[in-house]
Design a protein around this ligand. Structure first.
Ligand code: NAD
Length: 480
């Protein structure tokens, strides 16, 4: 059985306490590797290494750091197929999705920030003949990066890349549910020329490793992506220590469909925005609001397409959906289908565990699920399910759609389907969401600010926003 190791001070090593956890393959329900159950001692060793490496990493300069990060991107790209298979094995997603989206995006994250840092300029403020101010943006020091299981390498690198490019050294923790690709990446760091201690990866659980990173007095910034409740816990620890915090949390994203939309484009994309990655993308639209005049037409066409989706072997290129990430997660998702029924909803399709044949018989597969007949205030429509489950709700007016869209505690992403340009701009301004897609979904430009409002988070990632987060701004005022 493969043993995943920590990367600390440039060396792959077992946890100090020699304790191990199981890593499961969601498609078969079996254990495929063991993972360090690290603790505060491992985090301390990682922080020591990161502090030691910091001055050298800064001294390398932005071009030197950029070269190392670009080399790491190249090596991941060289091994793309191996990474894609590993991501699928660990997470349950179709291999083709990991090959087309997750791993190329991890490569793009490194390339993007390795080059962004070369163009990252700071401001100067001239006060007539009195003085000149300039902003000196310096790296923070040691920073912590904590990521979730849904897009494992994609979101892990989305944090690490800007942190490193900006000149910080990093103590990072991938999700204990999906640690494999972070480990494969750690095996490439030496070949990429990454100096020891610059990037440290400590594997283990949230309460042991994540909490130790959050509470460590020498880690001055925390970039976290995960659930809202975990985000609250992290904020409770980190805020009184005055750490910089970037929190990318949960969502309950609305899709607003008006009767003047391009119906076919909307339908095609809404199937994707509902069930891509088994619905386990924080940006998936889970509440579909449809203008009453086209409600029946949409519901019938949508359910027909959803029923045609193939839930199957993640290795099969024809599979649209693979397995959900874990047994507890499968049970949580299915419990929400039960809740929807109790709340008076009608399950139009799906709603069940799917039993495949052979070695996949015990895999954690769920059929894509569409529910109607529920009001916007019920728990099914308020709480994050984070699986292949969507609800349909009709609306009459723009005002009603907006009120329904904004009625949850979350505010991550919204999708808007209309051909009316004025309405699109009007609603985009009023939707309480950090990201609004008009007539599209998941079109991503890495330069744009990324993040949520309300209970979906604090701060923005992406582009220069991320480089600003991972630096400390100092104003220098020089008398003329
Ligand atoms: P999670 O909050 O359970 O775990 C995320 C990470 O935090 C893991 O590495 C976990 O080990 C760690 N962690 C857990 N407890 C911790 C603690 N007390 N202190 C420090 N770290 C701790 O989330 P998850 O189940 O892995 O991921 C799913 C959630 O992530 C969903 O809510 C989803 O919406 C959210 N998400 C948000 C975004 C976004 O960009 N806003 C992107 C992807 C996923």
């Amino acid at each position: 059985m493969e043993r995943i190791l920590n990367l600390i001070d440039g060396r792959l090593q077992p946890p100090a306490g020699d304790a191990w956890l199981d890593v499961h393959a969601p498609a078969t329900g079996t254990v495929h590797a063991h993972l360090p159950d690290s603790d505060a001692a491992d985090v301390q060793a990682a922080v020591d290494a990161a502090m030691h490496a910091f001055p050298g990493w800064v001294a390398l300069g932005r071009e030197g750091r950029s070269r190392v990060i670009l080399r790491l991107a190249e090596l991941i790209e060289r091994d793309l197929e191996r990474f894609a298979e590993a991501e699928s094995l660990d997470n349950g997603k179709p291999v083709h999705l990991a090959r087309e989206v997750d791993i190329p995006r991890a490569v793009a994250n490194f390339r993007f920030f390795a080059t962004a840092i070369l163009h990252f300029a700071s401001e100067a403020h001239l006060m007539d003949d009195i003085a000149v101010n300039y902003t000196d943006r310096q790296p923070i020091g040691v920073v912590g990066c904590i990521s979730p299981w849904n897009l494992p390498l994609y979101l892990f690198t989305w944090k690490i890349a800007p942190a490193l490019a900006a000149g910080n050294t990093v103590v990072a923790k991938p999700s204990e549910v999906t640690p494999y690709t972070a480990y494969l990446m750690s095996r490439l760091c030496e070949e990429a020329g990454m100096p020891p201690g610059v990037l440290n990866i400590v594997h283990g659980t949230g309460p042991r490793v994540g909490a130790a990173i959050t509470a460590h007095p020498d880690i001055h910034a925390i970039s976290f992506t995960g659930g809202t409740r975990t985000g609250q816990e992290i904020a409770r620890t980190a805020a009184p220590m005055f750490k910089k915090l970037s929190l990318e949390l949960g969502g309950k994203n609305p899709v607003l469909i008006f009767d003047d939309c391009d119906f076919e484009a909307m339908l095609r994309t809404t199937v994707r925005s509902s069930f891509r990655n088994q619905g386990q993308i924080c940006l998936c639209g889970s509440r579909i609001l449809i203008q009453r005049g086209i409600y029946d037409r949409f519901r019938d066409a949508f359910v027909e397409r959803v029923k045609a989706l193939k839930v199957g072997d993640p290795k099969d290129p024809a599979s649209d959906l693979g397995a959900v990430v874990s047994e507890p997660h499968m049970e949580k998702v299915l419990s929400y289908v039960d809740l929807a029924r109790e709340e008076g909803g009608t399950v139009l399709c799906g709603g069940e565990r799917v039993r495949l044949d052979g070695e996949l018989a015990d895999g954690w597969f769920i059929s894509p699920t569409v529910i109607e007949g529920l009001g916007p205030a019920c728990r099914t429509n308020q709480e994050e399910i984070f699986g292949p489950v969507v609800t349909l709700m009709p609306f009459d007016t723009e005002e009603e759609a907006l009120a329904m869209a904004n009625s949850t505690p979350y505010g991550l992403a919204s999708v808007l389907w209309t051909q009316d340009v004025k309405r699109a701009h009007r609603l985009a301004r009023q939707l309480q969401a950090g990201i609004v897609w008009v007539n599209c979904w998941m079109v991503r430009d890495l330069r744009t600010p990324f993040g949520g409002m309300k209970s979906s988070g604090v701060g923005r990632e992406g582009g220069f926003e991320a480089l600003r987060f991972f630096t400390e701004a100092k104003n220098v005022c020089v008398r003329l």
